[in-house]
Write a protein that binds this ligand. Structure first.
Ligand SMILES: [Zn+2]
Length: 416
């Protein structure tokens, strides 16, 4: 405030008494509702001076000294981020996410309710965070809950980055040993639902399968329940950090990493040091010209879109998996839940020849340049025909023979 006074005096060449008179005029105009300080701020603004609001510095407490019922500010290290939990209470849907935290005085649970839970999405194990205005719900064990005012942010670690002791490479994964690792998605399946019984209660579980790789090797992921929602955001090529994945031997005696409620996959983690996408594809799949690819092979094609020969929605029954007519309300099996899949048939060409290539779902949408199917996809393809013709495409595709014609064709797995 004093500096604002000084700035006003020098800017306008006022004497102290001139300033005092200006202040009084302001206060009179506001019928005495303006404090001395506020009047000076107002004058400063009118004179084009920059007024910085100085907030009192936040007071932080240690975890051990947080008392039940208080609203506190704390700084802590992230020990573990649990996967999101959704629930229904009194007919209302909610979500919650728990984060284990620690400082030098102790540990605690940070419970993030509703939309606050998304604040944990980008958090990684060992991050330092600052939490302000959290409510201490319980002292022992310590539980901090988010409220309307709670804010969470990541801060730089004063002690420098701590070694991530449990970070491993894919080749070093061991059966039954929980691990953290970075990897890129090679393939990602679809969220699948299944019924399971727990303590006599029927529940719907969810499952997603994916294949990931780092420089040392590749491994399958099995993502359970909320973790399966990764399918909605991630695409092949994306970097992931798996935290607390549990490798187990699959039926084929190959390791697969399970991500249950304790585990999570962080999309686009910070310092991952993985190879760039393109390098990954080139390392994993041979580059082939259309004429050179042989049946059964998954290859990297560098071709041009010759034409879109058809674009449609195929509706599949979620229960039995058969195709259902779009006009039907019910599958022959009695189920009423369907999954719509965009199917696009194209002809791709390179200097060696041309071939039928089929794109599905998001890959088809990427080629079409759309995010959502809002109108008949055939119409979209026709409207865009001119822009699409000749479009260069790099595609990871599997070569096979058509079940109908027996001719060679490709199924696109991923569009780069
Ligand atoms: Zn069915």
């Amino acid at each position: 405030m004093d500096s604002l006074r000084q700035q006003l005096l020098s800017k306008n060449n006022w004497s102290e008494s001139q300033l005092a008179r200006q202040v009084e005029e302001k206060r009179e105009r506001f019928a005495g509702l303006l404090s001395q300080g506020a009047a000076i701020e107002l004058l400063a603004r009118e004179n084009g001076l920059e007024v910085k609001k100085e907030l009192p510095p936040l007071q932080f407490v240690s975890l051990a000294s947080a008392e039940s019922g208080e609203t506190v500010n704390v700084r802590a290290r992230v020990l573990h981020v649990f996967s999101l939990k959704r629930f229904e209470k009194n007919g209302r849907k909610g979500k919650v996410r728990n984060v284990s935290i620690a400082d030098e005085t102790g540990t605690g649970a940070l419970v993030l309710w509703g939309n606050d839970s998304s604040a944990a999405d980008a958090l990684e194990r060992n991050d330092f965070i600052e939490i302000t205005d959290a409510l201490v719900k319980n002292k022992n064990p310590l539980e901090l809950h988010s409220t309307l005012l709670t804010k969470l942010k990541r801060i730089e670690n004063e002690e420098g980055t701590q070694a991530q002791a449990n970070l491993v490479e894919i080749k070093d994964l061991q059966d039954g040993v929980e691990a953290d690792f970075f990897a890129r998605l090679l393939e990602i399946g679809e969220e699948k639902e299944f019924k399971r019984e727990k303590n006599g209660v029927q529940k719907t579980g969810k499952l997603l399968r994916a294949l990931v790789a780092d420089d040392s090797g590749q491994v399958r992921l099995v993502l359970w329940d909320e973790n399966s929602e990764l399918a909605r955001y991630a695409r092949p090529g994306d970097a992931l950090k798996v935290e607390s994945g549990v490798p187990k031997l699959g039926r084929d005696q190959m390791l697969e990493v399970h991500l249950s409620w304790r585990a999570r996959a962080v999309l686009n983690p910070r310092a991952h040091g993985l190879k760039e996408r393109e390098e990954l594809w080139k390392a994993k799949y041979p580059e082939r010209r259309i004429a050179e690819a042989t049946e059964g092979e998954t290859v990297l094609l560098d071709a041009k879109l010759d034409e879109v020969s058809g674009c449609r929605i195929v509706r599949k029954c979620k229960a039995c998996g058969v195709s259902v007519n779009l006009r039907e309300q019910e599958c022959n099996c009695g189920a009423k839940e369907f999954r719509d899949l965009l199917v696009m048939e194209t002809k791709l060409a390179d200097d060696s020849g041309s071939c039928r290539v089929v794109f599905f779902g998001r890959e088809a949408m990427q080629v079409l340049g759309i995010n959502k199917v809002t109108i008949d996809p055939q119409t979209i393809a026709e409207l865009r025909a001119e822009q699409l013709a000749g479009k260069p495409l790099k595609v990871v595709a599997q070569c096979k023979s058509s079940p109908v014609s027996g001719e060679k064709e490709f199924t696109a797995k991923h569009v780069l």
